[in-house]
Design a protein around this ligand. Structure first.
Ligand code: KG4
Ligand code: ZN
Length: 335
């Protein structure tokens, strides 16, 4: 059985085909992500209208390429999963309309998938031994959440960001250091060149229930202003201090959540989970086993949507073709 997954929640067009195997083992047989980074680069951030138009152009091309790679045709598909939310409305609409068209024309069952559930289950896709229940740290450009994944479709919120997401904290700091959008990965690469830093940033709000990165952002802005004259010389050290401060905040909350929930398995997912220093720090936690998706499944991709759709399809789910998009769709509302 083959299931197609489509993600157009933000600025990447991701499409993948998954093949269901025996005993819960499924394989991604083809996957492609068309990145729009160059398109948005001159604007310093994602321009929603441009992103949506680019999805419209990319979708048929990426689909054709992916089906060819999988050596199947549309008639071989048992179901189509598409990101229904959360994300940029215009971008979601492109993916959902495209998927509806395919489903209607070929009479293929359609499933509207939650992008965050996709991120959470990406850890399971790449680590089939990761069983429910587990704790999930979702760290992306738009989301920073700690969630208890009780079972497929049943999620409980433990903590969420009250302002910036971890990815935004990386990207905004990178911007202040002069990196072009999206600066997170570039800041991380520079940070990893240093083994330490003489700069001290304040601890991110620890007493708060959720995450808050706005105080850190202000401290970073002040520090960069202070060091402006010698910025080139201290850039790597500053990047290192910023990365450490963000990782410290994530680790602190994760440890607290592990203690409070007593869970022994931790999944770390979303774009920021591609951060090597974060992976190293959390892997060292001895309170739990830690699972990451492979790097290409940490950032937005179609494979995680195909996998989530397959699991739900196997549970007997089918969605109506009237399906609308949900730009805001908290994971706990799925339960
Ligand atoms: O999950 P994702 O691809 O898209 C959203 O759903 O938001 O996450 C993108 C975010 C961006 O903020 C990007 O800067 C960040 O993930 N990111 C990283 C790294 N790779 C991607 N942040 C820090 N270190 C990285 N290596
Ligand atoms: Zn994402």
């Amino acid at each position: 059985m083959f299931v197609l997954g489509i993600d157009t929640s933000c600025d990447d067009t991701g499409i993948a085909v998954i093949k269901a195997g025996s005993q819960d083992l499924s394989t991604i047989v083809a996957e492609n992500v068309s990145s729009q980074v160059d398109l948005h680069l001159p604007y310093g951030g994602v321009v929603p209208e441009l992103a949506a138009r680019s999805h419209m152009q990319n979708l048929p091309l990426v689909l054709e390429h992916t089906l060819k790679e999988a050596e199947i045709s549309l008639s071989d598909l048992s179901a189509i999963g598409v990101t229904r939310g959360p994300g940029l409305k215009g971008c979601l609409l492109m993916g959902v309309s495209f998927a509806k068209g395919l489903a209607l024309a070929r009479n293929i069952p359609l499933l509207g998938i939650n992008h965050i559930e996709g991120h959470v289950l990406a850890a399971q896709l790449d680590n089939p031994e990761l069983s429910f229940p587990f704790l999930a740290l979702v760290v992306s450009g738009g989301h920073t959440e700690i969630i208890i994944a009780h079972e497929l479709g049943s999620y409980e919120l433990v903590a969420r960001t009250i302002d910036d997401a971890a990815g935004e904290a990386f990207d905004k700091s990178a911007h202040l250091l002069g990196f072009p959008y999206p600066g997170g990965p570039a800041l991380a690469r520079l940070a990893d060149e240093c083994s330490g830093s003489s700069f001290n940033l304040p601890k991110v709000m620890r007493e708060a229930e959720g995450f808050s990165f706005s105080g850190l952002k202000t401290a970073i802005a002040l520090l960069i202003k202070k060091e402006q004259e010698q910025l080139d010389r201290v850039r790597a050290e500053l990047a290192h201090a910023i990365q450490q401060a963000i990782i410290d905040a994530l680790e602190f909350k994760v440890k607290k959540a592990l203690e409070e929930t007593g869970l022994k398995r931790l999944a770390v997912t979303g774009g920021v989970s591609a951060n090597v220093a974060l992976r190293t720090r959390l892997t060292a936690l001895n309170a739990c086993s830690v699972y990451f998706p492979k790097m290409s499944h940490s950032i937005d991709n179609g494979a995680m949507i195909a996998y989530t759709a397959l699991k739900r399809f196997q549970n007997g789910e089918r969605h109506n073709l009237e399906l609308d998009v949900l730009s805001r769709w908290p994971l706990e509302e799925l339960s």
